[in-house]
Design a protein around this ligand. Structure first.
Ligand SMILES: [Zn+2]
Length: 68
């Protein structure tokens, strides 16, 4: 059964995860280069984590309520 809303929410969730993984990769690369400005990444990662968590909440809530 295809639910467009579920697909949309899942795409958002995947995108949020991708952003998080990319940020983490950038942070690791910066650490290897000796970049000391870690607070920049900490803040961005925290925001990306929040975005991912709210996407996940919306997705799970939709699945629970809609039963799709
Ligand atoms: Zn649905």
């Amino acid at each position: 059964m295809e639910c467009p809303e579920q697909k949309r929410l899942h795409a958002e969730l995947s995108q949020a995860l991708r952003v998080l993984v990319e940020l983490q990769g950038s942070q690791i690369a910066a650490v290897k280069l000796g970049d000391k400005r870690m607070t920049r990444f900490e803040e961005e990662i925290r925001m990306a984590l929040n975005a991912w968590q709210s996407s996940r909440r919306a997705y799970l809530q939709h699945c629970a309520e809609h039963g799709c």
